[in-house]
Design a protein around this ligand. Structure first.
Ligand SMILES: Cc1cc2nc3c(=O)[nH]c(=O)nc-3n(C[C@H](O)[C@H](O)[C@H](O)COP(=O)(O)O)c2cc1C
Length: 189
């Protein structure tokens, strides 16, 4: 796939299915994501790959915790838990991409930018392979419980949950509105 075409044709894909080989996921991380620009080569990224049963185990635990925190009971709890429990099952693979936080405030900011760039590399590489992906965040991503269960550092920050799989045939591709007004200032003198 030609690079410009790949950049412009990548879209977030919600309906993901099938089986993704572990070596393909490894390649997306090792041969694409970590080649992102990274000031002082701090390598601030970490990838927790949820594959197979772990998505269900972690989803079950999350659903109970989130329902407890909201103090839900009865039918409302059941409905809420079902919705939360199924979230990680929306794709065969979910890659939790986190930032190892250390150093000065400038380093933290620059490392965050580097991790975001790594995610974009991952998304583009997945697209080039014909895979679909969606970068998600939400309450689970930012809850300290997720860091604990993934054995991340207490200061680490989850930057995205990348849902990965094969686009299902009924996937609707949402066109992207573009505004070019005020996007660029040319500073000449
Ligand atoms: C930091 C960040 C967080 C995001 N969180 C979510 C999310 O929680 N749920 C979701 O459906 N999409 C999420 N997205 C994906 C955006 O919604 C998506 O990229 C945007 O709608 C543009 O669509 P496109 O990727 O198809 O161009 C997130 C994207 C970024 C960069």
């Amino acid at each position: 796939m030609e690079m410009w075409e790949g950049i412009q044709s990548r879209r977030s894909i919600s309906h993901l299915e099938g089986y993704v080989d572990e070596e393909v996921v490894r390649a997306l991380i090792e041969e694409a994501a970590i080649w992102a620009p990274n000031h002082h080569h701090t390598e601030p990224w970490h990838f927790s790959v949820l594959i197979g049963e772990s998505r269900k185990r972690i989803g079950d635990e999350w659903a109970r915790l989130a329902a407890d925190e909201l103090g839900l009971t009865g039918e409302a709890r059941e409905k809420f838990e079902t919705k939360e429990r199924d979230k990680l099952l929306r794709a065969p693979v979910v890659v939790v991409v986190s930032q190892k936080v250390s150093g000065s405030s400038v380093q933290v900011q620059e490392d965050h930018a580097a991790v975001a760039a790594a995610i974009q590399n991952f998304l583009l590489a997945a697209h080039a392979r014909g895979l679909g992906a969606r970068w998600r965040t939400g309450k689970m991503a930012y809850h300290p419980w997720l860091r604990e269960i993934l054995k991340l550092g207490a200061q680490d920050v989850v930057v995205g949950l990348i849902y990965l799989g094969w686009p299902s045939s009924n996937q609707e591709i949402v066109a992207r509105p573009r505004t070019k007004e005020g996007l660029i200032d040319w500073i000449i003198r």
